[in-house]
Design a protein around this ligand. Structure first.
Ligand code: MG
Length: 373
């Protein structure tokens, strides 16, 4: 990759993989990481995991898979604008949600509660566990054996107690240093993607209306612009044009503000990036507008009674599965019974976190329903 900034991560200077391998031919180290992620089992499962709307609620809502693809697209655009390593950003963004439970945040919160006496559960750490340990594909190592920089990007946050157990990839949480700009921007790509597609899915589902959203600064401003440009436009096209232009504003603002931050901090090398505070960010104005939109989505979409009802069912499903397995491990499939000997409750968490929405629903039925043929 030519024309990379002097502070970008380069494939040639990667800190390497946990298990040493020969250098890839015809692709960079981070392209190899990306390819391994796409071929993983956990990646395919994302197709049937909830983002906000449960998988069976409709064919047009985002799933974790389409969410991850949108994050990768936005991340790559920003990386290219900033002359950062696009392949690394693509690998991080495609892997960032691999550890998510079924049923979105409701599933993660329920599993965390179940695991509170056994070290807790956090989807971000679980994503790292998927790529480091859980995938079973290669002859000579567990997991996908990804490069340090990809793993660093996947691990968005970690408590100090947890970080101590994670070796090199946890060190920055103890030393208070910053991750690469590629890792920083992956988080923003995630945020830009979900804020915008949740508006879209919220409108499509009828849980949100244009009238409500007209009270949200960033939406109303873009809606007014589009109406002025295309006075006759209504319905889906009006929504899509508004969202398209919001994404464009956010990507442009993030790019411009980050360039300014990098310049003001006099960043010249990757070492400077690690030593500096976080440099990727929105302008103050856009940051405030993003926070307003987030609050709106929390109050009106994520807390909408129809979403809360589904979340409640999801939590019930996960908790009942967990407590039954934990009370009698003979209910677990054989390979997880074997894992339980070593890993204890983490083995149950791995089993549940790996389920798709519909697998979890079927598993619940297999465990608790007595039905005649
Ligand atoms: Mg995400």
């Amino acid at each position: 990759m030519s024309n990379l900034a002097s502070y970008a991560v380069t494939s040639d200077h990667s800190r390497g993989r946990l298990v040493q391998e020969t250098a890839p031919v015809g692709r960079s180290e981070f392209q190899r990481d990306r390819d391994r992620i796409i071929h993983s089992t956990a990646f395919r499962r994302l197709e049937y995991k909830t983002q906000v709307f449960v998988n069976h609620e409709g064919d047009l809502f985002r799933t974790r898979l389409t969410h991850s693809l949108e994050v990768a697209q936005i991340g790559r655009s920003i990386a290219r604008n900033l002359h950062l390593n696009e392949d690394l950003v693509e690998a991080i963004t495609l892997a960032h949600d691999l550890g998510h439970t079924p049923f979105g945040h409701a599933g993660q919160d329920a599993l965390n509660e179940c695991m509170k006496d056994y070290g807790g559960f956090e989807h971000n750490l679980q994503s790292l566990r998927v790529v480091d340990v859980l995938e079973e594909r290669y002859a000579t190592f567990d997991g996908l054996n990804l490069c340090f920089e990809t793993r660093e990007g996947i691990l968005k946050h970690a408590a100090k107690r947890t970080a101590k157990k994670l070796g090199d990839v946890g060190a920055r949480f103890l030393e208070n240093t910053s991750p690469s700009l590629e890792a920083q921007l992956a988080n923003f790509a995630d945020e830009i993607a979900y804020n915008n597609h949740d508006v879209d899915d919220g409108l499509r589902s009828g849980l949100l209306t244009h009238e409500q959203l007209d009270n949200v600064t960033i939406f109303s401003r873009h809606l007014a612009q589009i109406k002025q440009q295309y006075p006759a436009l209504i319905g889906r096209r009006l929504t899509h044009e508004t969202i398209r232009s919001m994404i464009n504003t956010l990507v442009t603002d993030l790019t411009q503000q980050s360039i300014l931050n990098i310049k003001n901090a006099k960043i010249g090398t990757l070492a400077d990036v690690h030593a500096a505070p976080l440099l990727i960010g929105f302008s103050r104005e856009i940051k405030e507008q993003q926070q307003e939109l987030k609050k709106f989505l929390r109050d009106h979409l994520y807390q909408h009674y129809r979403v809360v009802r589904m979340s409640n069912k999801a939590a019930h499903n996960i908790k009942r599965l967990f407590s039954s397995f934990n009370a009698n491990i003979k209910l677990l499939p054989i390979q997880y019974q074997i894992k339980f000997q070593q890993e204890k409750q983490q083995a149950i968490a791995d089993y549940i976190a790996g389920m798709t929405d519909r697998y979890a629903i079927r598993e619940y039925r297999r465990l608790f329903a007595i039905e005649l043929e």
